[in-house]
Design a protein around this ligand. Sequence first.
Ligand code: FUB
Length: 312
Amino acid sequence: GWTKLKLMVILLGCAVAAKAQNPFVESIYTADPSAHVWSDGRLYVYPSHDIAPPQGCDLMDQYHVFSTDDMVNWTDHGEILRADDVDWGRAEGGFMWAPDCAFKDGTYYFYFPHPSGSGDQWNSTWKIGVATSSEPAANFEVQGYIEGLKSMIDPCVFVDDDGQAYLYYGGGNLCEAGKLKDNMMEIDGQMQQMQGLVDFHEATWVHKYNGMYYLSYSDNNNDGGNQLRYAVSDSPLGPWTYRGVYMKPTGSPTNHGSIVEYKGQWYAFYHNSILSGHPWLRSICVDSLFYNQDGTIQEVTQTREHGTPYLE
Ligand code: FUB
């Protein structure tokens, strides 16, 4: 009868929940997950790709995309872009750092930080490249880069409910943002410094919850790695009111998060190094995120189930 059926549903639910694990991608090393839910009903993650053997972030030279419809089973859509595809990029390749993706009027826009200068010029020549496709996880073509920006990293593009898109990026102690034109590849007006953030390092992410804007980012904490912090505003360009740390160190020196709602549950995406045991071979993770009644975010509980040492 009904009771037996209910019991079966509950048991099935437990079995599905128990299968969820971190890191959720084990086939390659990944970092900096930017998660989005697109109109096909799937959740897509656009991460960086750490390359073994571990040598820091200089070797990163390609991007993969992953997607799911149940937060348990993930599809690797394969490589969508590599340094060789970028004609304005540095000759030696590498350094393809934390990306993001946005959707507007039938087109997916993939934003990626990549330097243009060779040799030791890499860190003063970052550009925010843009590639476009009519699909979320294939056939991206590089269109160029956004003109007029500083040499900074970690683009985040937030499209508001009214269709207006905003570009955020940063690094060091500086986070800047501005409006994007309808073509999603040019700044409309001036970029401005985001005010009110405490101990900003990098990894900007903006989402909206209950009509408020949330800007989250990684800090400069060295003890166990960067923490994730956030601030809120009633405007997408601030000024921001600092609200605190929502994720403690993961054990990896860096962290880089995104916050997204999927099928009625909010999630925090981030990375750690527990699969490799090596600081620069990172892996993307996800855990549930909860808000308090007043709109503040509860500290995310990190699920750490894996730890297979990296083998050369
Ligand atoms: O993955 C390369 C860089 O490390 C990212 O751009 C930063 O956010 C940090 O995670």
